[in-house]
Design a protein around this ligand. Structure first.
Ligand SMILES: O=C[C@H](O)COP(=O)(O)O
Length: 315
């Protein structure tokens, strides 16, 4: 593929030359996928897979080290009465909580993800955003969830957004001489991008700039992850791999609360991308309370009855 990022105009031409999203077809496809019936064994498998794909999240101004430690304990052992329950993929926190989470997760293999770049608004200067990123990486973050500047994107300043992502990706490299880097997830805040075409453009823009994952939402606006928007992301990573040979992960986030919804998303991944993306390495759910419902459904499958929500709710 030619270098479409060489200039503002080349990038604009490329992004506006992407095929338009057929909104009606997109919504019809997600509605059909949502009606697939999942049998009991497949459901048990899907529930465990969904648990293993969760970025268990707390992003509140009132977060405390105690709350983050409790969340980490829950991520390591989601159901202490059933040791066969998988652990989650990552704990997602604000940057100042990274060290606390890192310590609480020692030896577990669970990653620490930190939101950065003036989350959730994305409104700060580039030096502040880079410092925010470096700070979280230095504290031990394995993954950085950056949010794009929607104002710049919606004004058509694509190269500026591209450069910002590229610079944040550079800031993900650890300065300890190891040469390793935190994985970069790029959040679009799709609820503010107005059209599916914009979501497709943002996806390609972020992938061209080096995103390891593309992510729908912060969880902080009125409209967060939806199946149609997530399908746009899934199609984008499929097409990007076909064109460029690089595989990028997908993370729907915000408002995903039920097992039923999580399973619909997994069906969508399976039918759009197949096995290659069906692992925590390539697909995540950003969610604060989904885990509780997955645990309740898991217990229902193994015991035939529901435990009360109090049994699983510690967050
Ligand atoms: O990235 C994750 C979201 O902030 C979590 O949103 P939620 O609280 O709606 O699950």
């Amino acid at each position: 593929m030619a270098d479409v990022t060489a200039s503002d105009s080349a990038l604009r031409r490329f992004l506006h030359g992407l095929p338009g999203v057929d909104a009606v077809g997109l919504q019809a496809r997600t509605a059909t996928l949502g009606t697939r019936s999942i049998k009991t064994t497949a459901k048990a498998y899907a529930i465990d897979l969904a648990i293993s794909m969760i970025d268990l999240t707390t992003l509140e101004g009132a977060d405390t080290p105690g709350k983050v430690r409790a969340l980490c304990a829950k991520g390591i052992s989601p159901d202490p009465t059933d040791r066969t329950t998988p652990q989650v993929a990552a704990i997602c926190v604000y940057g100042d909580m990274v060290a606390t989470a890192k310590e609480a997760l020692t030896g577990s293999g669970i990653h620490v993800a930190a939101v950065a770049t003036a989350f959730p608004s994305g409104r700060a200067s580039l030096p502040v955003k880079l410092a925010d990123t470096r700070d979280a990486v230095a504290a031990g973050a394995d993954e950085i969830d950056m949010v794009i500047d929607r104002g710049a994107f919606l004004s058509g300043r694509y190269l500026e957004v591209f450069e910002e992502i590229r610079r944040v990706k550079e800031a993900c490299v650890r300065e300890d001489g190891s040469g390793t880097a935190a994985h970069l997830k790029v959040i679009f805040e799709t609820g503010e991008l107005q059209t599916y075409d914009n979501v497709r453009r943002a996806s390609w823009l972020a992938m061209l700039a080096g995103a390891d994952f593309i992510k729908t939402s912060t969880g902080k606006v009125a409209v967060n992850a939806t199946p149609p928007v997530t399908l746009v992301l899934l199609e984008a990573v499929r097409d990007f791999r076909a064109a460029v040979g690089v595989q990028v992960g997908v993370k729907p986030a915000g408002g995903i609360r039920t097992s039923k919804d999580a399973i619909k998303y997994l069906v969508m991944v399976n039918e759009t991308l197949g096995d290659d993306w069906l692992s925590p390495e390539w697909f995540r759910f950003g969610a604060s309370s989904l885990l509780n419902d997955l645990l309740m459904q898991r217990q229902k499958l193994s015991t035939g009855r529901y435990s009360g929500p109090d049994y699983v709710t510690v967050d």
